[in-house]
Structures are given as structure tokens and as C-alpha cells.
Design a protein around this ligand. Structure first.
Ligand SMILES: Nc1ncnc2c1ncn2[C@@H]1O[C@H](COP(=O)(O)OP(=O)(O)OP(=O)(O)O)[C@@H](O)[C@H]1O
Ligand SMILES: [Mg+2]
Length: 487
């Protein structure tokens, strides 16, 4: 039977994070992936699969940076083990796909069934899977095709009830028929800083204005860029990300603008640049502060005439692409030191969305932590909570790595925690004093009560009688709670 995923041979360093046998703490072992697919990979290091069913995996993809994901040990095999990845998010998947695609042996061998062909084919004549691996929409089309195949085989067991339930789920939860696509479904948090961000996303999304997203590392700049794209008229066209810091300077121009055959040593074929790929959609230039002055000029020119010129080609091509850029650098300082063009900055800064660091988001720290704990626990069929001490330590910590650090710490804690309640040690956080925990419990009750009230008001469209019924309290109590929390 052919594989459902493209797998390729690689030699990619990976850190395997496991529980330290019997003792507290975690163990990080250096190993290597010798093959990898979107669904999992083979790691050439022995680990005991009895004690370590769930593991953390940390790897660095050339041109894309570091990823930390969860995996499950499927079986020991040879001197290593096979692992399955737990729900990779869209971003991690697209970037991993980029890497896999570049590591495939050749264009003629079917990466699913291994059949060698003598000429390039659109689909394999043996297993039928598409071979047009380098086309722009390949991964999306492939995922859709696999989904339909899986659904078809499973649907044989569906009852008529199941069919109605599935169709209803697709309409209401996925296509949001009868609902407005809500930013809160992707972004967790209700602090004023984040609410301002939501309102700016809503305002700018339907326009074509370039946007500059600023904020520290891990605050959600890429998520914001995607949210803008998803809420624009361009949502059915490509969203193309390019990380200006991760690609060597001599390659980035070709990546962005493409090149003609023979334009420079090693340019064996002509190649389309990311701007052309993004036609009709959005291009996201991440870490724009890292671009050379020469490329900054090219971007500025693009913003003025919307024309891109491949390296080695005379004359350009008009493309319809919206530009969204992000940086964690203070661009005004870069202007002062001469490494960023002032005119480009003012073109981009027309609409600036600044993401506040997590330490300035008040209760959002705990809301985010609970959200990710629920998410990872559900994915792994586990029930986990935070101890009161842990909640306090989450509040007291500054989270310099912002949301990404919250995600990573919680993902690890789910792997290492032995009890139902996650301790500060499981998260590698400082243990707070007892008195601090008592105050925290009181505050926690307040914030839960407030959160429930907000949810109920939203759910019931501010109808007080309904809210009273939902919460099981009297109407006057609803009014007094609203007053207490100023809602
Ligand atoms: N408010 C939020 N709610 C839920 N998830 C979030 C939120 N903000 C960020 N994330 C998640 O945190 C991770 C980091 O976010 P993102 O990559 O957008 O940050 P970034 O600012 O681009 O970071 P960097 O500067 O390191 O590239 C992503 O997995 C993203 O989905
Ligand atoms: Mg980013």
C-alpha cells in the first residue's frame, strides 16, 4: 500500500525531550532524524518506549528556525524509534513541507510508492498520487485529497444520524454559516492591549494598506499577519511567508523576486519568486529589519509601482500582492544607525499594529496557560490541571519568550508531570511562598467568576433573564456581579 505522506531521507539534528527516568526533571538528548514526513519520522536514538510514550521534539529547520512539537513513540525499530507527530499547526506543517520538498531525491521517483519513472508525470501511474510536488498549491491539494479519501473510507460506518451530525458540524463550526468569523477563536486573551489589536486587525484587514506589525519575539506577529489575510478579500489566495533573518543574504533576493535560468552560477532553471507566488494574496515579510539596504530599495520600489523583476530579466511583471511586514527590532534605531531606510519605514508605518509583551497582559498569562493546557491534554487524552502554586508562579513570571514560551513550557510540563496537577517544577518555574498562593486563590476565584459572567453575557446576547438562568443565580445577582466587575 502506498504511503499517505511524502517521506524523505534527511540528516536533521533533533533534541528529544523525555522524563528523566524515575527522577524529577527532564532529559534532553541530542539525536538525528534520518527520515521525516508531515506525519512523523524516524529518530536514530534508542529511548525506552515503555516509560516515554509522549516526548517533546525540538528541531531547527534551515531557513525557517526552531520548532518545538510533541510526538508519540510508535515503536522501537533498529537502533532508534519511529515517532508520530501530534497535530502540527498550519505554520509548522507548511514550513516542514518546504523542507521535505527540498530534500526529495529527484522529480522522477514517486515519493509515495517509490516507483521510478523515466519522465516527469503529473501523477504516479502506479499509485495515483499527484507528483506535481513543486507546484504552489500542492500541499493544500494533497491534504484535501487525503481528507476525502479518509472520509470516504470511514463514511461506510456512518449511520444517517452521523451524517447529519457531520454536515451540521461542517456548516456551523467550520464554514461558520450563520456566525461571524471570530478573531477570538485564534487569539486567546481579553486584556485591553489585545482587544486593541483585534480592533485594528478588523479595521485594516479589508483594505490593501501595507501593515507593519511590531512586538517582541513570540508575541503573535505571524498570527496577526495570518488573521489579517484570513479576514481580507484575499483569503482564498496564497499567504506566503518569508523570514528575512533565516535566509542567507545572497539567496534572499532570488527567493523574493525569482531568477532567470543562468542569471548567476548555480541558476540551472528559472524560478518564480515569492512575490509572484503570492499573486492575488498576501506576502508576509517577517523580520524585515534584517533586509539589506539594497533589498529595502527593491521593496520600496515594489510598493510604489507593484512591479517585480526577476534577477537576470529585463523588464518586470505587475503583481497584485498585499504586503504585511513584521519586526522585533526598534526600526527607529536602525534608521538612526543607517541600517534601515527612512522612506521605507514611513511607507510601512502608515498602519502599525503593536503586540504588547505577555508580561503587560495581566490575566491573559493565566488564560493563555489554561488554554494551552486544555489543548495539549485533549490532544493526548489526559486530564491535567495546574496547582494553585503553579498559577501563582505563572502570574509572577515575566515570560520573556512571550506566548511561544508559554506554549513550550506547558507542552514540556505535560510530558514530565507525573500527577494530575502540574507543579511549578514541572514547568521549570520558581515555587512561590505560601502566603502568595493564598492571595492568588482569592484572585483566581474573582477572575473565574468574572470570566464566566462575560461568557454568559456573550452567549445570551446580554439578556439578563437568560444569563441568570444559565448561571443558576437570580437576576439581581447578575446586576450586582456586573457592577462588581464593571461589565
Ligand atoms: N494570543 C494568542 N493566543 C493563542 N496563541 C497565540 C497567541 N499569540 C501567539 N500565539 C501562538 O504563539 C506562537 C508564537 O506566535 P507567532 O509565531 O505569531 O509570534 P511572533 O511574534 O511571530 O514570534 P517571533 O518573533 O519569534 O517570530 C504561535 O504558535 C502562535 O500561534
Ligand atoms: Mg514570527
Amino acid at each position: 500500500m502506498p504511503r499517505l505522506d511524502v517521506r524523505c531521507k534527511v540528516d536533521l539534528p533533533v533534541s528529544v525531550i523525555t522524563m528523566n527516568n524515575g527522577e524529577k526533571g527532564i532529559l534532553e538528548t541530542s539525536a538525528r532524524f534520518s527520515s521525516i514526513s508531515l506525519g512523523g519520522g524516524y529518530i536514530n536514538e534508542y529511548i525506552s518506549d515503555k516509560k516515554n510514550k509522549i516526548i517533546g521534539l525540538k528541531y531547527d529547520l534551515p531557513s525557517h528556525g526552531e520548532f518545538e512539537i510533541l510526538g508519540e513513540v510508535m515503536r522501537s525499530e533498529g537502533k532508534g524509534f519511529a515517532t508520530r507527530f501530534y497535530n502540527l499547526n498550519r505554520d509548522a506543517k507548511i514550513k516542514l513541507w518546504d523542507y521535505i520538498k527540498d530534500n526529495l531525491a529527484d522529480d522522477l521517483t514517486c515519493p509515495y510508492c517509490g516507483k521510478g519513472h523515466t519522465q516527469k508525470l503529473r501523477s504516479c501511474d502506479t499509485c495515483g498520487w499527484g507528483m506535481n510536488i513543486h507546484s504552489q498549491n500542492y500541499i493544500v491539494d494533497h491534504e484535501k485529497e487525503s481528507f476525502i479519501n479518509r472520509l470516504e473510507s470511514k463514511s461506510k460506518q456512518f449511520s444517517i444520524e452521523d451524517i447529519y451530525k457531520t454536515l451540521n458540524y461542517v456548516d456551523v463550526e467550520i464554514l461558520k454559516i450563520g456566525k461571524n468569523l471570530d478573531i477570538n477563536e485564534e487569539f486567546v486573551g481579553s486584556s485591553q492591549g489585545l482587544l486593541n489589536v483585534f480592533s485594528m486587525i478588523r479595521k485594516v484587514a479589508p483594505t490593501d494598506i501595507p501593515v507593519l506589525i511590531t512586538g517582541e519575539s513570540g508575541t503573535g506577529k505571524e498570527l496577526t499577519a495570518m488573521a489579517i489575510h484570513e479576514r481580507s478579500q484575499r483569503r482564498n489566495k496564497p499567504f506566503v511567508t518569508i523570514n528575512c533573518a533565516a535566509i542567507p543574504e545572497n539567496l534572499i533576493e532570488a527567493e523574493l523576486f525569482g531568477h532567470e535560468k543562468g542569471a548567476f552560477t548555480g541558476a540551472y532553471n528559472s524560478k518564480m519568486g515569492k512575490f509572484e507566488y503570492a499573486e492575488g494574496g498576501t506576502i508576509f515579510l517577517d523580520e524585515i529589519g534584517e533586509l539589506s539596504l539594497q533589498l529595502q530599495s527593491k521593496i520600496l520600489r515594489f510598493l510604489e509601482d507593484r512591479i517585480v523583476e526577476r534577477i537576470g530579466k529585463n523588464g518586470g511583471k505587475k503583481v497584485d500582492v498585499r504586503l504585511v511586514a513584521a519586526t522585533n527590532r526598534e526600526l527607529k534605531n536602525a534608521i538612526a544607525s543607517g541600517s534601515f531606510r527612512k522612506d521605507l519605514f514611513y511607507r510601512l508605518d502608515v498602519f502599525n499594529i503593536h503586540l504588547p509583551p505577555v508580561r503587560d497582559r495581566g490575566d491573559d498569562k493565566v488564560i493563555l496557560a489554561r488554554y494551552f493546557l486544555n489543548k495539549f491534554s485533549k490532544e493526548m487524552n489526559l486530564t491535567k490541571t495546574f496547582s494553585a502554586e503553579t498559577i501563582e508562579s505563572i502570574k509572577r513570571y515575566d515570560w520573556p519568550g512571550n506566548v511561544r514560551e508559554i506554549i513550550n513550557k506547558i507542552r514540556r510540563s505535560v510530558v514530565v508531570s507525573k500527577e494530575l496537577a502540574i507543579t511549578p517544577q514541572d514547568m521549570d518555574l520558581e515555587v512561590p511562598a505560601d502566603s502568595e498562593v493564598l492571595t492568588s486563590l482569592r484572585e483566581e476565584r474573582y477572575s473565574m467568576e468574572k470570566q464566566k459572567l462575560i461568557e454568559a453575557l456573550k452567549h445570551c446576547n446580554n439578556n439578563i433573564s437568560k444569563v441568570a438562568r444559565v448561571l443558576g443565580i437570580s437576576r439581581p445577582s447578575v446586576y450586582s456581579l456586573r457592577k462588581k466587575y464593571n461589565i
